[in-house]
Design a protein around this ligand. Structure first.
Ligand code: AMP
Ligand code: GLY
Length: 431
């Protein structure tokens, strides 16, 4: 089977690494890929937003399965275009991708199907939104409806801050058309976790829980990023609670999409907040999280290509999806300045030494290969990931490996996993 992976981050390196292990994988292409994906297949310079270019590439390389990493091509209709061309694609169609591409669509679908989510209202009129904010009072959360590179959510502690956020989005249009419609919702308090399932349109298979670290600084301080590290399992959502969680948070959505004639074939990711009134869905993503994908795939024991094909063909069985009982933890090494502007082109050393310990894998994100050198090209550069008996050991191992890696102007959070470790969740089954 020839496989094409779309995307260029750490998630896509992890997908390439795992799919390359499939006995059925013959040739692997990544568009556009990075320095890490090039180790497992052939990078091809086609952007993830170039839908006709990706369809042409899939035809040209006789691709049997396209695996879409990021949300943008899904919202732009890559799956629809590939399906029309007769090429199987792992990832929802553009209709289903609105779960991530439009916060109003997601909230309305949650309301209509009874999925627990914060009280909200949708506005495309600035004055009406301001009136609602004044009526409800702070704290409130203001969200740009469309894709805003993870920056379109403002948790406002005062009415003035909420109105300033509305002004930025609806009047100043800092996110362009993505902010012309907004969702204003009640602020929830609690701990967050990521809950992902594979879906074939009808049936689902649960992935173990994970937790991301969105803030750039230790102790969850500073601006939000794409994610500075992740681990799995998240002790706040133990395996035993996952089936019920699937029934209340994702099953109703998958059922409704199937009824509407848009069966969801891919990964559906619910961002959960555990409050003292129970779990609520904050958002949906229609793909693997980055960096959650890295620890999740380190734990996956079964053949990812087989699972993905089963999703596309509507024959997913949860027995196909088996996980190591160990914990995995990923530390992101970034370039100083990220999530703002940052230098590029620094040489990375120590990668082989970092990977010399058993159970360590360095997933590359913002990198490119130049001869036998690896240079930085992005803000999130590497995801140093370790598998070990429990979270504390996975943390120690991942930081040992990260400390062997050097590039100028690098930084990382030193507290990845601490929340989970504090919850004292130890995996007891040794392998
Ligand atoms: P989202 O893109 O919707 O996940 O929002 C990004 C981040 O904003 C989440 O990971 C939360 O930390 C925060 N957030 C979103 N919605 C809420 C809410 N209703 N209450 C409190 N925090 C929220
Ligand atoms: N790590 C969060 C995301 O991928 O959206």
């Amino acid at each position: 089977m020839n496989i094409l992976i779309v995307g260029s981050g750490g998630r896509e390196h992890a997908l390439a690494w795992k799919l390359a292990q499939s006995p059925d994988a013959h040739r692997l292409f990544i568009a556009p890929g990075n320095g890490g994906t090039a180790r497992h297949g052939t990078n091809v310079e086609v952007k993830d937003s170039d839908i006709p270019g990706l369809v042409a590439l899939a035809k040209d390389k006789a691709i049997d399965l396209v695996v879409v990493g990021p949300e943008l091509p899904l919202t732009l209709g890559l799956t629809d275009a590939l399906t029309e061309a007769g090429i199987p694609c792992f990832g929802p169609d553009a209709y289903g991708a609105q779960l991530e591409g439009s916060k109003a669509f997601a909230k309305n679908m949650m309301r209509d199907t009874g999925v627990p989510t914060a009280e909200y209202a949708v506005f495309d009129d600035f004055e009406a939104a301001c009136a609602y904010v004044r009526e409800k009072g702070a704290p409130l959360v203001v969200k740009a409806d469309g894709l805003a590179a993870g920056k379109g959510v403002v948790v406002a502690q005062t009415v003035d801050a909420a109105i300033a956020a509305l002004d930025d989005m609806m009047v100043k249009a800092v996110f362009g058309p993505a902010g012309s419609t907004v969702v204003v919702e009640a602020a929830l308090k609690g701990e967050e976790a990521s809950f992902l399932v594979f879906s074939d349109g009808t049936d689902l298979a649960i992935l173990p829980s994970a937790q991301d670290h969105k803030a750039v600084g230790e102790g969850d301080t500073g601006p939000n990023t794409g994610g500075m590290g992740a681990y799995s399992p998240a002790p706040i959502l133990p395996d035993i609670a996952a089936p019920d969680m699937a029934e209340t948070t994702v099953r109703p959505i998958l059922r409704r999409l199937a009824e509407l004639g848009h069966p969801f074939k891919g990964v559906l990711y619910a961002g959960l907040m555990f409050t003292d009134r129970g779990p609520f869905v904050l958002e949906f993503n229609v793909r693997f999280g980055d960096p959650e994908c890295q620890p999740l795939l380190m734990r996956l024991e079964s053949d990812l290509a087989e699972i993905m094909l089963a999703c596309v063909n509507g024959v997913l069985a949860d027995t196909l999806v088996r996980y190591a009982p160990e914990a995995a933890l990923c530390v992101v090494m970034a370039a100083k300045g990220y999530p703002g502007s940052y230098p590029k082109g620094m040489e990375i050393t120590g990668l082989a030494q970092a990977e010399s310990e058993d159970g360590v894998k360095v997933f590359q994100a913002g990198t490119r290969a130049q001869g036998d050198k690896t240079l930085t090209t992005g803000g999130r550069v590497l995801g140093v990931t370790a598998l070990a008996l429990d979270l504390a050991q996975a943390k120690a191992k991942a930081y040992r490996a990260a400390d062997a890696i050097r590039f100028e102007n690098s930084f990382m959070r030193r507290d990845i996993g601490d929340k989970g470790i504090k919850r004292h969740a130890f995996v007891t089954r040794h392998k």
